[in-house]
Design a protein around this ligand. Structure first.
Ligand code: NAG
Ligand code: NAG
Length: 464
């Protein structure tokens, strides 16, 4: 209780980095500045698992007695094998942790670390307490895993922006905007006066939050001949907002100053998939606050990941309607109306099967065949001022605001080719209100992994 009031007080005073310092342990089980790479994780692990007696309300803050010990060997690219040579699959989740699926069970844990976003050590050869459950999602346990070969602890990248800078107000840099508009003709920039109500911290949050700043996205996988052949049959232009006059995308929202883009992108994906599956009979808007406040798989207003929310959270816990926990944009305690019905997904994956397997071709095909997908990309200084056109990073810096480059989650809804220049683009729904960009959407260069946009799409199957 005492901790909770400190938590609330701090949240009201200032969100973000200070909050992370205060609530590093039990309250924010998901907060993680861990920075673990594929080669750190690949190898042989011992999984220590508690009794399989829990349900999806299980609390793994403390572990309890270990009753199962398993050895899993994680190999390239996504194969896992146990001591009896049973096979399964695994994937990295960004640089934050990894998921293992084997013997009808799914395991996820964040990698271990000590410290906070200003200064942290990653311990990539061990996990924090994680969650394990069977295929039915009814049979749960907790676990922790240790790698059999040690990985030297390494310091994570420090934020270059200091606390006093984070609390400054954001300023539009009119000189930068002018330079963007004179140096190229593919897109136009403008000042958004409404951004100046936010602090630098909040603008960072709008772009993905500090949890996402620590690494670069993976490079796309080479397209197979089969992928290329299938893409050649697709239309040149495609947009889920207008399929023979029908719109399968829900309205653009505004995440405010909270680093909750990942939940807006995730909810938007499930919403679109439900609209498609029911031929627009269901037009749900799901609660993003439920995820911010209630999910142990995200970092609330400090960031999170589509794979864990559109995927694992929606499968494990299900999603509720917006009115069951209306959006406040704060790290409020969980108070979702428990009488609300829940909507689930039956399957999820990083497109291509694992983190690192994505590319333009498989995105095009899956987009057309299955529906909008949550994607992410790096937000650089110039992006905030996007007005319209086909975005690419100009390299321009905002001289007034010290920024980190963060990873922003959004919803891919379509693609096309600009008829006069032949420039290929993606059409993407943002969560910065419909007064930003092209009615809340933007287009970004396609086919060159611009800002990492072709590196980590998430695919789901929603259950209407
Ligand atoms: C969970 O599954 C295990 C087998 O993996 C079984 O022994 C156990 O009884 C199940 N627990 C519950 C609560 O159903
Ligand atoms: C995992 O490794 C850590 C650090 O080496 C150790 O403290 C811990 O006891 C190990 N966990 C188990 C369950 O053996």
């Amino acid at each position: 209780m005492r901790l909770l009031s400190v938590f609330q007080l701090t949240t009201n005073m200032m969100r973000g980095v200070v909050l992370l310092l205060v609530c590093w342990s039990a309250l924010c089980a998901g907060d993680t500045p861990a920075n673990c790479m594929y080669e750190d994780i690949r190898g042989t692990w011992t999984f220590y698992e508690t009794e399989r007696s829990g349900d999806n309300t299980i609390n793994c803050d403390t572990l309890g007695p270990i009753v199962h010990t398993k050895t899993f060997t994680l190999s390239f690219p996504d194969t896992v094998m146990d001591e009896l040579n049973n096979e399964g699959t695994w994937t990295m989740v960004w640089n934050q942790g990894f998921e293992v699926n084997i013997n009808e069970r799914s395991y996820f844990a964040f990698s271990d670390y000590e410290g906070n976003f200003g200064n942290a050590m990653s311990y990539c050869d061990r996990t924090s307490n994680g969650w394990s459950r069977d295929k039915t999602i009814r049979n749960w346990s907790c676990f922790v895993a240790n790698k059999t070969t040690p990985v030297a602890p390494h310091p994570t990248r420090k934020m270059t922006v200091v606390e006093s800078q984070l609390q400054q107000h954001y300023h539009n840099d009119h000189n930068m905007i002018h330079n963007i508009n004179t140096m190229q003709t593919s897109w136009t920039a403008k000042a958004y006066p409404q951004h100046e109500k936010y602090t630098v911290q909040e603008m960072l949050n709008r772009g993905g939050g500090v949890a996402s700043m620590l690494t670069s996205p993976p490079t796309p996988a080479p397209a197979t001949p089969e992928q290329k052949a299938r893409v050649s049959l697709l239309p040149d232009n495609f947009d889920w907002r207008d399929i023979s006059g029908e719109n399968y995308v829900t309205p653009v929202r505004d995440q405010g100053g909270c680093g909750s883009c990942y939940t807006f992108a995730s909810m938007a994906q499930v919403e679109a998939r439900i609209k498609i599956a029911t031929n627009n009979q269901r037009t749900d808007v799901f609660s993003t606050q439920d995820v911010v406040s209630c999910s142990v798989l995200s970092q609330g207003c400090a960031g999170g990941f589509n794979f864990l929310i559109a995927g694992r959270y929606a499968q494990d816990q299900g999603l509720v309607a917006e009115e069951c926990n209306t959006y406040t944009g704060n790290d409020d305690p969980c108070n979702t109306d428990t009488s609300c019905g829940r909507t689930y997904v039956s399957d999820y994956e990083y497109l291509g099967g694992y983190f690192g397997a994505c590319n333009e071709e498989i995105m095009l095909q899956t987009l057309v065949e299955n529906g909008p997908m949550s994607v992410s990309y790096m937000v650089y200084d110039d992006f905030h001022n996007y007005e319209g056109g086909i975005y690419h990073y100009t390299g321009m810096k905002n001289e007034f605001n010290p920024f980190e480059n963060v990873n922003h989650a959004v919803l891919l809804v379509g693609y096309g080719v600009e008829p006069t220049t032949g420039e290929k683009f993606w059409i993407i729904k943002n969560s910065w209100s419909d007064t930003w960009g092209e009615d809340g959407y933007f287009r970004i260069r396609r086919g060159t992994n611009e800002c990492g946009i072709e590196s980590m799409a998430v695919e789901i199957t929603a259950i209407p």
